[in-house]
Design a protein around this ligand. Sequence first.
Ligand SMILES: [Zn+2]
Length: 238
Amino acid sequence: MKDLLEELIALQNVELEIFKAEDGLRELPKEVSEIESIITARKKSLDAVDEEIAAYEERKIPLEADMKENQTLLDAADARIKRIKTNKEYLALQREIDLAKKRKSELEEQLLSIMEKMEKKMSDRERIQHSFDSDRIILDEKKEKLTSQMKDLEAILSEYKGKDKNLRKTVDASLLSKYDRIKQSKKGLAVVECFDGVCRGCNMHIPPQLFNELIRGDRMINCPACQRILYVRTEVEE
Ligand SMILES: [Zn+2]
């Protein structure tokens, strides 16, 4: 009985490793995609700032064209004013010049306000880029670590699946089917230690007579409470 149980325990240990590896391979890709979505979000926020800067750049174009046109008008008026003969002409031109100057200062104000906003956006951009650059190093490292952990788990999984296949051939067939049934119903451990008369699977005491029987090791004992297959460790093992 003891040898049979030992084979079963060895099988269970291998299957627990497989379970852990499979669990890891389910969870790790989620962490990788979380990192990827952080990077994508950062890129998006940079793109958004870039778009805002570009929009300001667009708004500058017509204003600068107006400015140039207005300046041409002013230069022409300056040249004309020297050749003016009558007071009436002079006043008319002076009014034209005043209007153009007023327009010039309006345009200057508008351009200045745009440029101030642009400067603020550019410093925002620099700040975002800077923190992104330093975070990126950490994020890339994390991603690389996760990827290599996944590779390790895949290697473990294929190794242990091979072991599992071989062990399943050696374990007693009826014991194996009992094990599978309990494993299925308990979603985990099917073979557990009974220590000091207590089942380590459900923490219930088993009747003393059953415990004695278990120690004798003549037949397979299931925990009366949780149905798991029980074993005891000999003093040498402990
Ligand atoms: Zn139990």
